[in-house]
Design a protein around this ligand. Structure first.
Ligand code: B12
Ligand code: SF4
Ligand code: SF4
Length: 393
C-alpha cells in the first residue's frame, strides 16, 4: 500500500472524514491577508495581525517541512428543536460548541496519527495543529483537496458540506500532494443574503467586526448597539451561513433535537456566578467567551426576544458585578420597554457608579420612554429563517 493510502486509512479509522496532502511551499496569499488586515476587518483579534508573514509559510514551524496533511473532523448538528425562542426565553449556541470542547478530542487523534507517521518515516519530525496555531487552516485544506473556499469563507466539500473542523500535521516526510478541488458555489448567494449582520462581502471577504461569531466569542468589549438586534437568538457563535448552504444536507429528522444543548434557558444563565459558570462551561468551547462575555450576549438576546417575561432576569443582571453585563442588561430593558422595565432602569440609574453603564441606562430610558403607552413587545430580532424557507426556529 502507498504510504499516502495507508495514512488516509489510519486517519479514517481515527474518525477523520477527509485527509489530504499538500506540498509545504509558501502560500501566495500575502496580498489578500495584508489587505484584509489593513482594512481592520479582523476587529480586535490582534493575534491575527501579529507577524502575519508567519501564517504564509510553515517553514517557521518546521524548517524542513515537506508536506502539510490536512484533516477534517466532523460534527453533526442536530435539528434545532421547534421552539419559539422569544416566547420561551431561550438563546441559541452554534452546533460546533455543543458538548465538550473539540480541541482535546482532535488533539488525541492527531497524536495517534503522528505515531503512525513516526512508524512510516522514523526520521521525519512532525508538528500538529488544530485551530490555535499561526496556520491558515482553510488555505491548507483547499490545497490538500478537501474542498473549496466558499462565499461564506468556510471550507466546504461536495460530500461533507462544511460541518467539520480542520486540523493539520506538518511533516518532514515527502508525501504525494493531492489536486486542489474545484469551486462549486457558482451563482449561489444564499449565505450572503442570509447573514443577519451583513458580515459577508463579495469576493469571499468577511468583515469579522460584523460577524456574530466574532461579536459573541472573540470580541471582549461592548457589542456596538446597531449590531445587537442582528444577533437574533445567537448567544454563542452563529450557523446561519452554513445552514442555508445547499451543500450542507439538513440534519436527519432521526437525530434527536437537543433543546438544552442548543437552546439553553437564558434567565438561568444570568444567575451564574463565577464558580457556577466554571462548573457548567469550563470544559466546553463556551469558556472562551468568559462569564462576562457570555452574560453580555445573553442580555442582548433577551432584549431581542421583546418579551416582558425577561424583565425580572434583566433587572437582576442590572446588579451584576461586571459593568459590561449591567450595560447590556440596560440596553435589553430599553429594547423590551414597558412600565416594569422603565422602573428597573430608573432605580439603577440612581445608584450606578460606572459612566459607561450610565450612558447605556440613559439611552435605554429614552428608548423605553418612546415606547410608553404602546405595546411593549417589539420585533427586534433579525430573521434566522434560511433563504430556502426551511424554518430553523
Ligand atoms: C479567526 C477565526 C475566526 C474569526 C474570523 C473568520 C474568518 N472568516 O476569517 C471568526 C471569529 C469570525 C470565526 C468564525 C467562525 N469560525 Co473560525 N477561525 C478562525 C481562525 C482561528 C483563523 C482564521 C483566519 O486566519 N482568518 C483570516 C482570514 C483572512 O483567513 P482565512 O479565513 O483562513 O482565509 C484565507 C484562506 O482561506 C485563503 N483562501 C483560500 N482559498 C481562497 C480562495 C479565494 C478566492 C480567496 C479570496 C481566498 C482564499 O485566503 C485567506 C487569506 O489567506 C481559524 C483557525 C485557523 N488557524 O485557521 C478558525 C476556523 C476558520 N473557524 C472555524 C469555524 C468552525 C468557525 C465558525 C463556523 C464557528 C461558529 N459556528 O460560530 C464561524 C464561521 C464564520 C465564517 N463564515 O467564517 C473552522 C472552519 C472549518 C471550515 N470547515 O471551514 C476553523 C478552521 C477552525 C478549525 N480548526 O476547525 N472564526
Ligand atoms: S457566522 Fe453568522 S454572522 Fe458570521 S458570516 Fe456567517 S451568517 Fe454572518
Ligand atoms: S451558500 Fe451558496 S454561495 Fe454560500 S458557500 Fe454555500 S454554495 Fe457557496
Amino acid at each position: 500500500m502507498r504510504p499516502e493510502d495507508y495514512v488516509r486509512a489510519e486517519a479514517a479509522a481515527l474518525g477523520f472524514t477527509a485527509c489530504g496532502f499538500a506540498a509545504a511551499v509558501p502560500i501566495g496569499r500575502g496580498a489578500f491577508l495584508d489587505g484584509w488586515l489593513s482594512a481592520g476587518l479582523h476587529g480586535d483579534m490582534h493575534f491575527l495581525a501579529r507577524h502575519p508573514e508567519r501564517r504564509l509559510t510553515v517553514a517557521g514551524i518546521l524548517p524542513r517541512a515537506r508536506t502539510v496533511i490536512s484533516l477534517a473532523y466532523p460534527y453533526a448538528p442536530p435539528p434545532p428543536p421547534p421552539l419559539d425562542w422569544r416566547r420561551t426565553l431561550r438563546g441559541r449556541i452554534a452546533a460546533y460548541a455543543r458538548g465538550a470542547d473539540y480541541h482535546a478530542a482532535i488533539e488525541e487523534r492527531l497524536q495517534a496519527l503522528e505515531r503512525v507517521l513516526a512508524r512510516l518515516f522514523p526520521d521525519a519530525a512532525t508538528r500538529r495543529y488544530v485551530d490555535t496555531g499561526a496556520v491558515l487552516e482553510r488555505e491548507w485544506g483547499v490545497r490538500s483537496g478537501l474542498g473549496w473556499f466558499g462565499k461564506n469563507t468556510m471550507l466546504l466539500g461536495t460530500r461533507a458540506g462544511s460541518w467539520f473542523f480542520l486540523a493539520e500535521l506538518v511533516t518532514e516526510a515527502a508525501l504525494a500532494p493531492d489536486a486542489a478541488s474545484g469551486e462549486h458555489c457558482g451563482r449561489c448567494t444564499r449565505c450572503l443574503d442570509a447573514c443577519p449582520t451583513s458580515a459577508l462581502r463579495d469576493g469571499r471577504i468577511m468583515d469579522a467586526r460584523r460577524c456574530i461569531a466574532y461579536l459573541t466569542i472573540e470580541h471582549r468589549g461592548a457589542i456596538p448597539p446597531h449590531l445587537r438586534p442582528g444577533l437574533g437568538p445567537w448567544i454563542f457563535g452563529c450557523d446561519v451561513c452554513q445552514e442555508v448552504c445547499p451543500w450542507n444536507a439538513p440534519p436527519p429528522a432521526t437525530r434527536a433535537p437537543d433543546a438544552d444543548g442548543l437552546f439553553p434557558f437564558l434567565p438561568d444563565l444570568l444567575q451564574l456566578d463565577r464558580s457556577a459558570f466554571q462548573r457548567r462551561f469550563a470544559d466546553t468551547s463556551l469558556a472562551r467567551a468568559r462569564r462576562r462575555g457570555l452574560l453580555r450576549n445573553v442580555a442582548v438576546v433577551l432584549g431581542n426576544t421583546g418579551n416582558p417575561a425577561a424583565v425580572p432576569a434583566l433587572r437582576f443582571a442590572l446588579g451584576d458585578r461586571e459593568a459590561l453585563v449591567r450595560g447590556h442588561a440596560a440596553w435589553a430593558l430599553g429594547a423590551i420597554g414597558g412600565a416594569e422595565a422603565r422602573e428597573a432602569l430608573a432605580a439603577r440609574d440612581a445608584r450606578e457608579p460606572d459612566p459607561s453603564v450610565r450612558g447605556e441606562i440613559a439611552a435605554a430610558r429614552s428608548a423605553a420612554a418612546g415606547e410608553a403607552g404602546t405595546s411593549s413587545v417589539r420585533a427586534t430580532a433579525a430573521p434566522t429563517t434560511p433563504a430556502d424557507g426551511r424554518r430553523t426556529l
